[in-house]
Design a protein around this ligand. Structure first.
Ligand code: HEM
Length: 293
């Protein structure tokens, strides 16, 4: 199950294992403060921080954070919180929808310290049960930066994020899908036929057709293009030879029609690859449509 990208508010609570959550850390957790120095102490501080969020009450997390308004906290959503009070408010709203939250800190915690600054990175898993009973889970990453204030190490910045889903394998998709499906194809055909009918040279071919007859041609062209590009439609019209026989469509008429199609495809920002594929499908019909020089 996927977790909505709710502002994780570093709600990164923890189903932290007991080995990580040492007795000593537990003792320090009661004050919410720490004078962490070693890697294991920073890790224990992370655990306590996460546990505080697991209570679903931001006031329990407050002791871990610096309170200056210019400290930015990046959560999964929204884009950012400026200052602890904004962070706590946003988190409170989000947490109000949860009935439980559990965090599991990854075994990849890395901590670093330089003087009065320290930072850590870790992956985590969050398991949420919402008040509606829905279960959601999310794998994310957490970067946290502390500054030593007196004997406490306070979070002055943190960044919680989740990886983007992999891009769809568009190369393997049908041209129909890559063009955007039925609605996109219908929009392209409407624009193209509109241009043909309004063209000073080609308009004569469409003159005299009733609105209904033009709609029928439009629908047949949509079906034809939909089928030819790998879509779910079935073309039930006549062959190109039958339907254009005797019209006297010339090479020049054809060239004008192709220019209109290019203009239509450009108008809809069809990418070069798809544009080429549509145009070569069209070229294959030329011999059956053009009947005069
Ligand atoms: C210079 C270019 C073209 C002109 C002037 C033209 C003109 C026409 C006209 C006037 C009709 C109506 C025929 C009738 O009343 O029975 C028609 C039908 C049709 N055209 Fe074209 N056409 C052109 C190119 C194309 C192209 C490129 C396609 C395909 C993408 C196409 C697909 C169709 C279809 C599907 C029909 C309806 C067939 C049927 O009635 O069963 N035409 N065309």
């Amino acid at each position: 199950m996927k977790l909505r990208p709710w502002g994780l508010c570093l709600i990164v609570g923890t189903a932290l294992t007991s080995s990580v959550f040492s007795a000593e850390a537990e003792k320090k957790a009661t004050s919410g403060k720490s004078s962490a120095r070693s890697a294991s102490e920073f890790k224990a501080l992370m655990v306590r921080n996460l546990q505080s969020w697991q209570t679903l009450d931001p006031s329990n997390a407050a002791p871990y954070y610096a309170k200056e308004a210019n400290h930015v906290f990046f959560d999964i959503a929204p884009l950012k919180y400026a200052g602890w009070s904004e962070y706590a408010d946003g988190a409170k709203k989000l947490l109000a929808g949860f009935s439980s939250l559990k965090f599991t800190l990854g075994d990849d915690v890395q901590t670093h310290r330089q003087g009065n600054l320290a930072w850590a990175t870790a992956s985590f898993r969050a398991d949420v049960v919402t008040k509606t009973g829905a279960k959601e889970a999310l794998d994310g990453r957490w970067t946290v930066l502390w500054e030593k204030r007196g004997k406490d190490w306070l979070v002055v910045h943190e960044h919680v994020s989740v990886p983007l889903p992999p891009p769809p394998d568009t190369a393997a998709q049908s041209l129909y899908k890559r063009l955007g499906g039925y609605d996109s194809i219908a929009a392209v055909v409407d624009d193209f036929i509109g241009r043909l009918a309004k063209d000073p040279t080609l308009g004569k071919f469409f003159a005299g057709h009733s609105t209904d007859s033009l709609k029928r041609i439009r629908q047949l062209v949509v079906d034809q293009l939909c089928e030819a590009t790998g879509g779910p439609c079935v073309y039930i019209g006549r062959t190109m030879k039958e339907s254009h026989a005797g019209m006297g469509i010339t090479e020049n008429d054809w060239k004008i029609a192709v220019d209109h199609l290019v203009a239509t495809l450009d108008k809809f920002n069809v990418p070069a690859r798809e544009k080429d594929e549509v145009l070569s499908a069209l070229t294959a019909l030329k011999k059956d449509i053009v009947s005069s020089n």
